[in-house]
Design a protein around this ligand. Structure first.
Ligand SMILES: [Zn+2]
Length: 207
């Protein structure tokens, strides 16, 4: 669980130093998370649901800053993109956030049920969100590499047997976007369509 007193700032953090995870990892203390609000509902994780942020990949802003911003939005009464107002949630709506460079951010406690703007029951679902708008751009190879390891880790940790699903398979939404379909096929172990390779949507830094 979250401990108070996180005073670190994004620029000072080396994500790989945060843990021995098999992917770059930024835990809550490392990104400067505030404590969750009261009122969280416990659940037993039994499946994994995938999302995109629906906002374009932003290479200029640190993951820590993005997570702090998402938490500020989540924990307040705030307008949604479609103009509706949401009430404050206890914490980020997702359990894990995979940045464009493959760094996994620790979000909500996986043992607490998520929140959603859309009409489906999130009970029992581990919510994994990838940065990007995959209606108009592609997930990066680094994101998919981390996602595959994260999914395997969560599947083993929680004894998940249900097939992985996307948000749009559960309710009326485009999330996580049409360009996620190839990555989804890979995650499910299905043949990837030829001529439609997974490819990075952005130029990655050299080295
Ligand atoms: Zn979604």
């Amino acid at each position: 669980m979250l401990l108070g007193g996180g005073i670190l700032t994004g620029a000072a953090i080396a994500p790989k130093a945060a843990s021995a995870k098999p992917y770059p990892y930024l835990n809550r203390a490392a990104w400067g998370a505030r404590a969750p609000l009261l009122g969280g509902v416990a659940h037993n994780p039994a499946r994994i649901v995938l999302h995109h942020t629906a906002t374009p990949i932003n290479m200029a802003r640190s993951l820590a800053s993005k997570l702090r911003g998402l938490q500020r939005f989540s924990q307040s009464d705030a307008p949604l993109a479609d103009g509706r107002m949401k009430a404050a949630w206890i914490d980020l709506p997702y359990h894990y956030y995979v940045g464009w460079d493959g760094t996994v951010g620790e979000a909500r406690d996986p043992l607490l049920r998520a929140d959603t703007n859309t009409a489906y029951d999130p009970t029992g679902a581990l919510q994994v969100c990838l940065e990007g708008n995959f209606e108009i751009e592609w997930p990066t190879v680094l994101q998919i590499a981390s996602l595959e390891v994260l999914v395997a880790e969560l599947t083993a940790r929680f004894g998940i047997t249900a097939p992985i699903v996307t948000h749009k398979e559960l309710t009326l939404t485009q999330c996580p976007g049409q360009n996620f379909d190839v990555a989804l096929a890979r995650l499910r172990g299905n043949p990837v369509p030829s001529g439609d390779p997974l490819q990075p949507s952005v130029r990655l830094p050299e080295g």
